[in-house]
Ligand binder design. Structure first.
Ligand SMILES: [Fe+2]
Length: 190
């Protein structure tokens, strides 16, 4: 028997998220053809109900699942647009990580080529991010992670850094690499 800790064990992070969706086929198309997650399985133990599973591709291969969808046709119709601060949806947004800056830019070009419309684009202190929304009104943030030494010196300052970038046209694919470093004196003035 193990002695009880006096404090909770720190988890390593979020393992997966499960979204209620109005149409599983509609959401399947979004999460596979737009976001690029792999479809890995269906739950078959509850006849008449639909729960499908999706994964990203990590350095060690597919995860068992990062996301699952549960179909519930009775969900309320979401608002037409998405906004960060006044969305009526219980889920504000979900961030999806791409493996590198180059991969993220390829993904942006791919989506732009498909005619996908974006809601906003922000350079944060720890990620560069493009926002859109899924068919259920949940925000989706597509990110690439900046190097740890950029943000770990002052995570709170990095979280408070946000520069709006163009999310349309050729400027969508112009990404800044002279990023500020937090927690040091070497922060650029611009
Ligand atoms: Fe976010």
């Amino acid at each position: 028997m193990t002695a009880a800790d006096s404090a909770p064990v720190a988890p390593i992070g979020v393992n997966h998220i499960v979204l209620n969706v109005r149409s599983i086929e509609e959401s399947h198309q979004f999460w596979t053809e737009i976001v690029g997650l792999r479809f890995v399985g269906k739950f078959r133990q509850r006849p008449g109900r639909k729960m499908w599973f999706y994964s990203g591709m990590g350095p060690d291969g597919l995860h068992h699942h990062d996301l699952a969808l549960v179909e519930n046709p009775n969900l309320p119709v979401p608002p037409a647009g998405w906004q960060m601060w006044d969305s009526p949806m219980a889920i504000n947004h979900i961030a999806i990580a791409y493996p590198s800056r180059e991969a993220w830019l390829r993904q942006l070009a791919y989506l732009q080529g498909k005619g996908v419309k974006f809601d906003r684009r922000i350079d944060h202190g720890m990620t560069h991010s493009l926002y859109l929304h899924d068919p259920n009104g949940y925000g989706v943030e597509l990110v690439y992670e900046l190097p740890r030494d950029v943000w770990e010196g002052d995570i709170d300052a990095a979280l408070n850094f946000a520069e709006v970038r163009p999310h349309e046209g050729a400027e969508l694919l112009v990404d800044r690499t002279d990023v500020p470093v937090f927690g040091t004196q070497s922060r650029p003035s611009n």
